[in-house]
Design a protein around this ligand. Structure first.
Ligand SMILES: Cc1cc2nc3c(=O)[nH]c(=O)nc-3n(C[C@H](O)[C@H](O)[C@H](O)COP(=O)(O)OP(=O)(O)OC[C@H]3O[C@@H](n4cnc5c(N)ncnc54)[C@H](O)[C@@H]3O)c2cc1C
Ligand SMILES: NC(=O)c1ccc[n+]([C@@H]2O[C@H](COP(=O)([O-])OP(=O)(O)OC[C@H]3O[C@@H](n4cnc5c(N)ncnc54)[C@H](O)[C@@H]3O)[C@@H](O)[C@H]2O)c1
Length: 467
């Protein structure tokens, strides 16, 4: 065993939280060690989650000729000839480029990268089991170990053609039919991209509402568009039993459903939620307990019950987004090293959901505002009535704004359609700047653009307010 080395900060995990936390501390002049046990840098965001799934979405849109079909009625479909290698090639290239970027960032910030699995010896001492064992001492430790897919026990995990969001990237052939268990964000995103490729997709979701955290108009519109893609929903429902059926008309995995009947598909994707990666950290040695589903409890500064140990990213649970994970880690490190560079997590976080079509949201929904007893007025503008929307063939998208009635301050923005996850930032910035209708009325937008819909949704709200 090597002798102990001392650092201002030890970071465990090189995903978005670990990378940005380490960089923030290095920028504050601290000596930082970053430990990663995986083969690749970048965690779920670079290797199995965010970037891979978004790249596969673009590939599916290209191979299926989806946009050309909608716009020109022209079948530019390549999917019949496409191999699984065609499907996965770009994903691999994007992931590799991101890993190189992360390695460059670690190097340029002077962060020491240590390969191996970290576990606590005590609150300030971390052991790394790698090619050789090392012991590090840190004034501060940031736990950024992320999460992994959770598998309901009913699935015979390890059998062929049963995947989760990690292993789906090792797909051996494009399925004919797919059962997606869990209509959460991962389930909906993958359901859309496979349906676009012509796969017969069934989503089984235990709740009765799809993505219930979204504004109801958005979640209904999204479900409608997913049904139009050919996706079948069984909700609320759950799989009670899974068994091979090689005798029936359709060969594959037969899933018996709680509320009656069964369905068969050649492939299953489990997308039923995630668990925190804490089990091998020996947190008890540091004086910490683990919560439900392996999650770490932290305060508003992302400090655990042991003040020198911080947690950020998926390991602390909600909202489990790459975007939020980075911000949490930066904030945690500014708190740990008493820097006032950033003191608070933004009070409103955006969601970008990369379904087909895309959906994005920030702030209060109409329903959440009413539950809080707020007096509100909403305005809508459809992309079909927008010049840019016409040009790009965006027939179903819309923007919905939620204003406080008395002063017309914006408190929520909800968008479905092309570029929704980009457009949402206009509304998000307005909310953070405590602005509202007056700003959208006054702004001159480029024409033709989808952004201009902000003005028309505002006019709609003003009209409703005066009625
Ligand atoms: C399919 C999918 C799609 C997603 N899409 C989006 C999206 O569009 N937008 C978005 O914002 N978010 C998205 N997310 C969520 C996003 O990927 C996560 O929120 C984000 O990766 C969490 O970052 P993290 O740094 O907390 O953890 P991770 O990215 O999971 O990284 C944790 C790292 O810690 C390492 N590690 C674990 N234990 C140890 C140990 N003991 N020692 C050393 N290293 C260890 C792991 O190997 C890993 O590299 C998606 C997730 C999935 C699964
Ligand atoms: N675009 C994005 O921002 C994005 C994309 C993907 C993932 N993520 C993040 O990753 C996290 C995990 O995503 P997820 O979709 O796996 O989890 P989730 O918790 O969001 O959704 C899981 C869904 O599965 C359902 N479910 C659970 N067990 C079931 C069962 N036995 N049968 C039927 N349905 C069942 C739940 O009701 C829930 O709707 C999310 O919190 C999300 O923030 C974000």
């Amino acid at each position: 065993m090597e002798e102990t080395t001392r650092y201002d900060l030890i970071v465990i995990g090189s995903g978005p939280a670990g990378e940005k936390g380490a960089a923030q501390a290095a920028l504050l002049g601290k000596r930082v060690a970053l430990i990663e046990k995986g083969q690749h840098l970048g965690g779920a965001a670079a290797n199995t989650g965010t970037l891979p799934s978004k790249t596969l979405r673009e590939t599916a849109l290209f191979l299926s000729g989806f946009q050309q079909r909608e716009l020109y009625g022209m079948d530019a479909c390549l999917r019949d000839k496409a191999t699984v290698q065609d499907f996965l090639r770009r994903e691999r290239r994007v992931a590799e480029t991101e890993r190189q970027r992360i390695a460059g960032s670690i190097g340029s910030h002077g962060i020491e990268l240590i390969r191996g699995a970290a576990s606590f010896v005590d609150a300030h001492t971390v052991k790394v089991a790698g090619e050789s064992e090392r012991v590090l001492r840190g004034d501060i430790v940031l736990v950024a170990t992320g999460s992994r897919p959770w598998h309901p026990p009913v699935f015979p995990w390890g059998q062929p053609d049963i995947y989760d969001s990690d292993t789906i990237l090792n797909l051996e052939r494009i399925p004919q039919s797919l059962i997606v268990t869990g209509g959460g964000v991962i389930g909906c995103e993958y359901a859309c991209l496979f349906a676009t490729l012509g796969v017969k997709v069934t989503v089984i979701e235990a709740r009765d509402e799809l993505l219930a955290f979204l504004d109801r108009d958005l979640s209904r519109a999204l479900k409608e568009r997913m049904v139009a893609l050919g996706i079948v929903f069984r909700m609320p429902d759950e799989i009670e039993n899974v068994a091979r059926d090689d005798e029936g008309e359709e060969v594959g995995w037969r899933c018996a459903l709680r509320y009656g009947g069964s369905i068969v598909a050649d492939t299953i994707l489990i997308a039923a939620g995630r668990s925190g990666n804490t089990e091998s950290l020996n947190l008890a040695a540091a004086g910490l307990e683990v919560g439900k589903r392996g999650l770490l409890t932290v305060n508003e500064s992302f400090q655990t019950a042991v003040p020198s140990i911080y947690g950020a990213g998926d390991v602390v649970g909600f909202p489990s987004l790459a975007s939020a994970s980075m911000e949490q880690a930066r904030l945690a490190m500014c708190h740990a090293f008493e820097s006032n560079f950033t003191g608070h997590l933004a009070p409103i976080l955006p969601y970008g959901i990369y379904t087909i079509p895309e959906a994005s949201s920030a702030g209060e929904t109409e329903q959440s505002a009413k539950e809080k007893g707020l007096d509100i007025v909403c305005g809508r503008a459809s992309f079909a009535a927008n010049a840019r929307g016409q040009i790009i063939g965006e027939q179903f998208g819309f923007i919905k704004l939620v204003f406080r009635r008395d002063d017309m301050r914006l408190i929520g923005v909800h968008i479905i359609g092309e570029s929704a996850s980009e457009l949402v930032h206009i509304g998000l910035t307005a909310m953070l700047a405590e602005q509202g209708a007056e700003l959208f009325v006054r702004t001159c937008y480029n024409y033709p653009t989808l952004s201009e819909a902000y003005k028309y949704a505002t006019y709609d709200a003003l009209k409703r307010r005066s009625c």
